[in-house]
Design a binder for this molecule. Structure first.
Ligand code: PGA
Length: 254
């Protein structure tokens, strides 16, 4: 597929930032700054901001997502939030398998896979995160590692369900460090992601898949990263918390 036909998606990952009042303020600014984006724009906000975000973005091009879910629908899982809860509150997307969740909250390829099933079953769209550590990169196993993460996460997911999945390649060493992957490094690993998807589902589905780069993407480096053949968008942490910066990244995605 001609990459210009792939859906380009810029998503903000607010992480554990913004109270509902602060979220309302930022969304107000974003609505002013992002009027007719040339790409899809998603705000992945904390659970406690979802209701505010869904209300304030209705009728605008901004879409709303969560940052995690539990794979069970309900039950004795203190502190957790399920896919039906996210769906009912109006979230359209959910980030699954972010490296911070894998690192600090015991998420594994197996739980990531279960969470993807739970999200898709409820009609939520998924942003699946994969990426290598610096040690893995330096020992030369990035391709194997990332392809294993992709294949394990998608285990049992059928071809039709792939239309509701975006994959974000986020090198762990680049997240929140100000150390961005070079455009060449981002392109190379996004290609490995597409290659892994192609091995599972064939070339057509792989070519149609939206693959984002994430890791210190900002208003300055976005354009070059987004120009790469296999990079179809960005997952933005720090720079998504400032309306002008985030809007500039959205503007770079043409
Ligand atoms: P960063 O975070 O843009 O602050 O590096 C990206 C992410 O973790 O999704």
């Amino acid at each position: 597929m001609d990459p210009s036909k792939r859906r380009v998606v810029i998503a903000g990952n607010w992480k554990m930032n913004k109270t509902p009042a602060q979220a309302a303020e930022l969304i107000g600014e974003l609505k002013g700054a992002i009027r007719e984006p040339a790409c899809d724009v998603i705000l992945c906000v904390p659970f406690t901001d979802l209701q505010t975000a869904v209300g304030l973005t209705s009728g605008t091009p901004l879409k709303v997502g969560a940052q995690n879910l539990h794979f069970e629908k309900s039950g004795a899982f203190t502190g957790e939030v399920s896919a039906p809860m996210l769906k009912e509150i109006g979230a359209e997307y959910v980030i699954i398998g972010h490296s911070e969740r894998r690192e600090y909250f015991g998420e594994t390829n197996e739980t990531v896979n279960k969470k993807i099933f739970a999200a898709l079953e409820e009609g939520l769209k998924v942003i699946l995160c994969v990426g290598e550590t610096l040690a893995q990169r330096e020992s030369g196993i990035t391709r194997e590692w990332v392809s294993l993460q992709v294949k394990a996460a998608l285990c049992g997911i059928d071809q039709k369900q792939m239309k509701d999945i975006i994959i974000a390649y986020e090198p762990i060493w680049a997240i929140g460090t100000g150390k961005t992957a070079t455009a060449g490094q981002a392109e190379e690993v996004c290609f490995y992601v597409r290659e892994a998807v192609s091995e599972l589902y064939g070339l057509e589905i792989a070519q149609g898949l939206t693959i984002q780069y994430g890791g210190s993407m900002n208003a300055k480096n976005a354009k070059e990263l987004l120009m790469q053949y296999n990079v179809d968008g960005g997952l933005i942490g720090g720079a998504s918390l400032k309306a002008a910066d985030f809007a500039a990244i959205v503007g770079a995605a043409k």
